[in-house]
Design a protein around this ligand. Structure first.
Ligand SMILES: Nc1nc2c(ncn2[C@@H]2O[C@H](COP(=O)(O)OP(=O)(O)OP(=O)(O)O)[C@@H](O)[C@H]2O)c(=O)[nH]1
Length: 301
């Protein structure tokens, strides 16, 4: 039987109560993409609106096959626009809006803080794009893991150390060598502040006409602003540098959200962003959360 003889149910008209649909398509399509000079095992969601209420279904295979050109060319706003344009061209008369989301994990090699070592870090990302009469819109989602040391806990720990010092050295003159030894002993660090693994989830809408998807640059900007990103290869010297970075950058979740807000405000090519930080508290069994946004509305990609 040739294809002309196959029934095409999708093209048949529906019953009279028909309704236009906002999004129709497929999700979690396995797809290799090229991003930041890497080939990434990604998953794509592809869809269009079904604006013609009299048409029963879209043509899923046309969306699926249009994804093929993502295999070999770097993922850029231009390539996303090309694919979305193809979605619309193959659904002329049916669809006015086209959608594509690509999810994966970007691997970036990160140097140790002081030793000459390095290792890989995985960054979950999602690139969502939408094309309609208003043009192309692109939103990036990125997660950044970091360490946060509680500033309140740090102050309370310092107070305990002060009290311990007052007790241990009460009523006698201070000897430099004795004091130095005390500072290096467990009595000299009678209390420690608590730290927690934390995650910042960034949603970034790119300005129009961006030539690239600036994922590595955004990740660097976010990590630099937090100053305590989680590490890869670690020797004791690196761990000490990490302890120093944490001591110099104690952060409530509010502090982390404000750091990220300031950093993203200075990043070129962004038209809106939303930041959500989650501190997985070690003091509490619940998490501490802060959110911040700029130029943000609930419109989606
Ligand atoms: N529209 C639609 N198609 C579905 C769905 N689930 C599976 N499909 C299948 O997707 C396949 C591809 O659909 P089309 O793109 O219309 O395939 P086609 O008619 O061979 O291709 P064209 O000639 O380009 O229209 C069909 O076999 C559908 O049955 C669904 O929920 N909606």
């Amino acid at each position: 039987m040739n294809s002309l003889a196959l029934p095409d149910v999708a093209s048949q008209p529906r019953a009279p109560q028909d309704i236009a649909l906002e999004w129709v398509g497929m999700q979690n399509i396995a797809l290799p993409v090229v991003l930041a000079d890497q080939r990434i095992a990604a998953f794509a969601d592809a869809g269009v609106s079904l604006d013609d209420p009299a048409t029963r279904g879209i043509h899923m295979s046309r969306l699926y096959l249009a994804l093929e050109c993502l295999e070999d060319r770097p993922l850029t706003p231009g390539l996303l626009k090309h694919v979305l344009g193809h979605f619309l061209a193959t659904h002329a008369g049916l669809s006015k809006r086209a959608f594509l989301a690509v999810r994966g994990e970007l691997l970036l090699k990160r140097p140790a803080l002081v030793s000459p070592l390095s290792g890989w870090k995985s960054y979950p990302f999602e690139v969502s794009a939408r094309l309609d009469a208003k043009g192309l819109r692109i939103e990036l989602k990125l997660d950044v893991d970091y360490s946060s040391t509680c500033p309140c806990s740090a102050a309370l720990a310092r107070q305990v150390i002060q009290q311990r010092f007052a007790e241990d050295f009460a009523g006698r003159p201070l000897q430099r060598a004795e004091l130095l030894a005390w500072l290096g002993s467990e009595r000299g660090i009678a209390a420690t502040p608590h730290s927690q693994r934390s995650v910042a989830s960034l949603r970034i809408r790119l300005a129009a006409d961006q030539g690239e998807l600036p994922l590595p640059a955004l990740l660097d900007t976010a990590e630099d602003s937090l100053a305590t990103p989680v590490q890869t290869a670690v020797k004791r010297g690196d761990e000490q540098a990490f302890a120093l970075a944490n001591g110099q950058n104690p952060m409530f979740c509010e502090d982390a959200a404000r750091r990220l807000h300031r950093a993203l405000s200075g990043f070129d090519g962004i038209r809106a962003f939303h930041v959500r930080v989650v501190h997985a508290e070690s003091l509490h069994a619940h998490d501490a959360i802060a959110q911040s946004a700029w130029n943000w509305s609930q419109e989606c990609c």
